[in-house]
Design a protein around this ligand. Structure first.
Ligand code: FES
Ligand code: FES
Length: 154
């Protein structure tokens, strides 16, 4: 079936099997490799994207369900050359090690700050609880979210 969707502001069309996940559509058909693929079971958050502004695990969404809709990945959060405040904060605090979790965490953190501009640590913990990181111990990720809240939304 033909799926038409917008990804980070660009329109696309792809001919996919109806059982294809949105992760596979994005990565394998459209070359959007900023969306990471790990567990494929909704457990790790590495595939987190915004679908019409709602945070989802792309591995749990069928590509067909994205027909006619807008997908925003970590790459679409930036404004041209201007990084999103959460992206800036991840760089500034050194919240990235191997980086595999980073695209999903940045999308999830940006989603949190859109809804809750000055989150408590419990609200950060809750919002990022679906995004697993094996490297950082999370402390610098929390620092990044706090910094983005202070600089970007405060
Ligand atoms: S790959 Fe989607 S949640 Fe892990
Ligand atoms: S930086 Fe490696 S998994 Fe998070």
């Amino acid at each position: 079936m033909i799926v038409r969707l917008t990804v980070d502001g660009l329109e696309h069309a792809a001919d996919v099997d109806p059982a294809t996940s949105l992760t596979t559509l994005l990565r394998d058909e459209l070359g959007v490799i900023a969306v990471k693929n790990a567990c494929e079971q909704g457990e790790c958050g590495s595939c987190s994207v915004l679908l019409d502004g709602m945070l989802v695990c792309a591995c749990l969404v069928l590509g067909a369900q994205a027909d006619g809709r807008d997908v925003t990945t970590v790459e679409g959060l930036a404004d041209g050359e201007q990084l999103h405040p959460v992206q800036e904060a991840f760089v500034e605090t050194g919240a990235v090690q191997c980086g595999f979790c980073t695209p999903g965490l940045v999308v999830a953190a940006a989603d949190l700050l859109e809804r809750t501009p000055d989150p408590t640590d419990d609200e950060i913990r809750e919002a990022l609880s679906g995004n697993l990181c094996r490297c950082t111990g999370y402390e610098k990720i929390f620092d990044a979210v706090r910094l983005a809240a202070r600089d970007g939304w405060g």
